[in-house]
Design a protein. Structure first.
Length: 69
């Protein structure tokens, strides 16, 4: 499965990402190992979507990051 996830960061802004291992990715965010979010800790997982197709997952992430998503 591929996961598209949404985090609520300390600054009140959302972060959207995509991964094959959701648990490991969230742990990396929480430990400050992801450059895009390390200055915005702590954060909370507010939603995720499980998709079986890699390309569908990455396209959905891209859509959510667009102005339309």
């Amino acid at each position: 499965m591929y996961y598209v996830y949404i985090l609520m960061c300390l600054d009140g802004k959302l972060y959207t990402g995509c991964t094959e291992n959701l648990r490991e990715r969230i742990e990396r965010h929480q430990k400050g190992q992801v450059p895009a979010t390390k200055e915005r800790l702590p954060m909370k997982l507010i939603s995720y979507f499980a998709l079986s197709n890699k390309y569908t997952a990455f396209n959905f992430e891209k859509y959510l990051k667009s102005g339309s998503g």
